[in-house]
Write a protein that binds this ligand. Sequence first.
Ligand SMILES: [Zn+2]
Ligand SMILES: [Zn+2]
Length: 169
Amino acid sequence: MKAPPQEFTEIDRAGIIPLCHELAGRNAQWHIHALHPGCRFNPNPSDYCFVIEDTGAKRAWRCFSSDAFTDECHELVQLLHGATILDDAALDPDFVPPRILLLVRDCVAKDEKWHHHIMKPGCVFSPDPENHVVTLERETSPEMEIYSSGQPPNDLQREVELLYFRQHR
Ligand SMILES: [Zn+2]
Ligand SMILES: [Zn+2]
């Protein structure tokens, strides 16, 4: 994996939520990642790593912790995408699940360890930075599954986030 094209500014855990609110408040092109120990994008294999990116300003911040960032994620995913991102009722019944979602459902059904990344255009980790990307990493495969789209994949993302938080809360 090639080095990210920019440096990360290290921040304290307490600074994560205020920084995201500041970015949201000035309509920055921002997004977040919660990297697990062992995730290919996490340079520290024994810690969790939280990443905040302002892709418009090409800035990125990160914070390492021995504890998962689940609470921050739950709040910030909704700040980023609106509360409907975690609302079951907002799922579109006509949505045709792409292969990556079938794989996620399969992981859930088999109780296989998995996690995902939602990458906006310009994301430092993205294998396809021109597009919106969703990736899946799972225990039984060394390959990263990649979904790319020119449009924000809201239905895909909603179901993936719901499945993820159901397993981790
Ligand atoms: Zn990962
Ligand atoms: Zn990113």
